[in-house]
Design a protein around this ligand. Structure first.
Ligand code: FEO
Length: 393
């Protein structure tokens, strides 16, 4: 148990060894499931719980804090990495009420079977008194589920934001002490989890402008005692601004697509365009997602397999489509043996990407002089369009 402010404690769990979230998202630096205990003069509240695998850590922390009566458990979000220990906490403190919004209540009943009478529901902006402290609930939907909300503690100027502003980072530091490392983890988290909801994130950021915030306590990663670091980063990532960068995500079977990628990447560099290149059979999808936060353009490189794209390229297209990056231009390059529908199939997989699709470059077998010239033209077109759109950083 560690103290954020007088009578405000971190009682969650650090998960140093976690390496995959949802059997999908790489966690190179582990994560944490943050839970906070706030003691008022009249009431005591637990803010969020932890992943079921870490229930014993949470219960041990609460017990060692000497909590003999728990009045409220605030549930910001129904996903099990924050709600999963609720049934165990309620067994230990059967008189505690779960405080949440109506949508989250419904989901907690569906997911965890918590009884209806255990809940108190709150509206956006509603306050609950703990005596000398007040909980003010702020609906922050779609970060990243529809029911998500945050809690503001005005006396201490702390925003408990749940996944919003979080970072998958296991660290023994309660507060941010390595800004570069936290920025990297928070950007990875934003890219993988928040990016599809950019519009709603901007609305939520605007809503927080009304609050005087000295500390942001998310449900993953360290606490921000200088909140401008993460609020500024979110405003940048969720803005419409893109960078003079091309993400080249490719896979090659016999080296022909690889030759095309090498030539194309060199052509972009010669034209002053930055490149982030990813080999798709070995890629850390988190790094690919991070690159898509800022890039103006994506080019997918794929050979043709069984008349369509290589499955690794199809996975990258599926992922990019789901993450809805703010890219402006997209294209496809690659090699084929005798025909196929690689371009049509890949293009059909990215309907959510509102980008201009530039003419693809497909080589029959080994790339020839005409194919390299077409790649040069594609690099020219990307460089020119970036400049025309004022994308120069
Ligand atoms: Fe960290 Fe959406 O749960």
């Amino acid at each position: 148990m560690r103290q954020l402010k007088p009578n405000v404690y971190a009682v969650g769990a650090i998960d140093w060894d976690a390496r995959l979230f949802d059997r999908l998202i790489p966690l190179p630096d582990g994560t944490s499931y943050n839970s906070y205990l706030v003691r008022g003069t009249e009431k005591t509240v637990l803010i969020d719980t932890v992943d079921p695998a870490k229930t014993n850590v949470l219960l041990g922390n609460i017990i060692s804090a000497g909590v003999d009566k728990l009045d409220y458990i605030v549930a910001h979000h129904a996903e099990q990495d924050h709600s999963g220990s609720l049934p165990e906490v309620l067994l230990l403190y059967p008189d505690a009420k779960v405080v949440t919004n109506p949508k989250c209540k419904e989901m907690l009943i569906d997911l965890l079977g918590i009884e209806d009478e255990k809940f108190i529901t709150v509206e956006d902006g509603q306050e609950v008194s703990l005596g000398d402290k007040t909980l003010k609930f702020v609906y922050t939907p779609w970060v990243h589920w529809p029911e998500t909300m945050s809690t503001y503690l005005p006396q201490e100027k702390i925003l408990f934001s749940c996944d919003f502003f979080g970072a998958h980072l296991a660290t023994s530091s309660l507060f941010v002490d390595d800004e570069a490392a936290v920025y990297e983890s928070a950007k990875r988290y934003y890219a993988e989890i928040m990016m599809p909801f950019r519009r709603q994130i901007n609305a939520n950021l605007a809503k927080l402008d009304d609050l005087e915030i000295e500390m942001i306590a998310p449900s993953h990663g360290p606490v921000y005692d200088k909140p401008e670091l993460i609020v500024g980063a979110y405003k940048d990532w969720a803005s419409d601004n893109v960078k003079n960068e091309v993400v080249v995500a490719y896979v090659s079977m016999h080296g022909n697509t690889s030759k095309m990628v090498s030539h194309f990447v060199e052509a972009l560099i010669e034209r002053g365009v930055k490149v982030r290149q990813f080999e798709l059979s070995t890629v850390d999808i988190g790094r690919l997602a991070m690159a898509l936060v800022d890039a103006a353009t994506i080019v997918i490189g794929s050979p043709t397999v069984l008349i369509g794209p290589h499955p690794c390229a199809a996975y990258a297209a599926f992922l990019a489509n789901a993450l809805r990056p703010k890219i402006k231009l997209a294209s496809i390059i690659g090699s084929y043996g005798w025909g196929g529908k690689t371009v049509e199939q890949l293009a059909a997989m990215i309907p959510n990407i509102k980008a201009e699709i530039l003419d693809p470059v497909l080589a029959k077998g080994e790339p020839k002089e005409a194919d390299y010239a077409a790649l040069d033209r594609l690099a020219d077109e990307i460089s020119t369009k970036h400049k025309e759109k004022g994308i120069t950083d």
